[in-house]
Design a protein around this ligand. Structure first.
Ligand SMILES: *Cc1c(COP(=O)(O)O)cnc(C)c1O
Length: 374
């Protein structure tokens, strides 16, 4: 993990308030802001859909975490993704991983393709598929690495190199990697997206999204405008809660990572496991790329159970420390049969279980899996 990130996180929303000296920043619920009759706004805030001091403070932290020039906070990761797609024009072409987060694929299929975007889904973990998919109207490559839930790894530097030559923008969903392990803007991407609902929030108690930009360019101005006029903004309380979560993000992540390693080791040696999908394993097809672009491999672990869907479901039904639930990145470990959640048209295998490895005692997690798989 990059050392500087720990200090940014520890101070998120916790720099003394000049008015009162409060060490934890006050929470500004106000939806509107006073201005003199001259029509000038000396403090810069007018109306909370456009900007709010608590949200501004969060956006400042998010930009620092990904080393971007600016950040915009949204009411969910999906709202953040929507703002990127809305910043394109009908007739533009988008390339995306075929196994990207199911909700983003649904957004494209149900909203943006009818709206006029031309979309190609392909396996971007095989970089030769990228050049084959590029068209004269390609404006954006939306990629995710590691992917949810198959943990495929996309070679971000190669994607960025190819796209830059063709003036195609690159947006990376960095939710699984987190800003602690991978910084796509530093590698040359244009935009990073996070579902802050996950590791950054970290306590399964808020829904949020973020976009961070490398440059305040024309597309970023459009995205900001979309945030302001479409209004999919987080409430001030959610911004404040997210900053509270971010303050402990780095030590939480360290525990997530060490627990994930223990769980991967246990699963890798288990007779009922067909294969563990985890980029930290030397057997992962893109392990070398993961090593290059990530400082660690994350705490999301998927595995294929020997047998059929029913055999996987049985394990999910027997766990006691893991909770059966969707989502990820909270302190508590979760288990999920993804195919059931994603629906029959999803590319996720029937025998796949996805684990969000939490920060409990590692032995408790392994004992739980051991009894569930006995
Ligand atoms: C959860 C998730 C999203 C969507 O975010 P929401 O906050 O649920 O809207 C997008 N991408 C990935 C990888 C996710 O895990």
């Amino acid at each position: 993990m990059k050392p500087h990130i720990q200090t940014i996180c520890a101070h998120a929303g916790a720099t003394p308030d000049p008015a009162t000296g409060a060490v934890t920043q006050p929470l500004y619920f106000s939806s509107t802001f006073h201005y003199p009759p001259t029509g000038e706004y000396p403090v810069g805030h007018i109306y909370s859909r456009e900007s709010n001091p608590t949200r501004a403070s969060l956006e400042n932290v998010l930009a620092q975490l990904e080393q971007g020039e600016d950040a915009a906070a949204f009411s969910s990761g999906s709202a953040a993704a929507s703002a990127v797609f809305f910043s394109l024009r009908p007739g533009d072409h988008v390339i995306i991983n075929f196994d990207a987060y199911a909700g983003v694929r649904a957004l494209l299929k149900d909203i943006f393709m009818p709206w006029g975007l031309d979309v190609t889904l392909t396996d971007l973990s095989d970089i030769s598929n990228l050049s084959k998919s590029i068209q004269p109207n390609t404006k954006l490559v939306w990629t995710e690495s590691p992917t949810n839930p198959q943990l495929r790894i996309v070679d971000l530097v190669s994607v960025i190199t190819i796209c830059k030559q063709k003036r195609i923008k690159i947006a990376v969903d960095n939710t699984f990697a987190t800003p602690a392990l991978q910084n796509p803007l530093v590698l040359g991407a244009d935009l990073v997206m996070h579902s802050t609902t996950k590791y950054l929030g970290g306590h399964s108690d808020l829904t949020g999204g973020a976009l961070i930009t490398a440059k305040k360019d024309e597309q970023w101005e459009r995205i900001r405008h979309i945030q302001h006029i479409q209004g999919a903004i987080p409430a001030p309380f959610d911004c404040w809660l997210l900053m509270r979560g971010i303050r402990s993000f780095v030590p939480r992540m360290a525990q997530h990572l060490s627990n994930a390693k223990a769980v991967v080791e246990f699963l890798s040696g288990h007779s009922k496991v067909e294969r563990v999908l985890y980029p930290g394993l030397a057997s992962h097809p893109n392990h070398d790329i993961a090593r290059k672009q990530m400082s660690d491999f994350g705490a999301m672990v998927s595995f294929l159970v020997k047998g059929k869907k029913e055999d996987a479901m049985k394990i999910a039904q027997r766990v006691k420390v893991f909770t059966n639930a969707t989502s990820l990145g909270g302190t508590e470990s979760l288990i999920e049969h993804r195919k059931v959640v994603e629906g029959s048209d999803s590319p996720t295998p029937d025998n796949l279980l996805r684990l969000s490895v939490g920060i409990e005692d590692a032995f408790a997690l392994i004992d739980d899996l051991k009894q569930a798989m006995a």
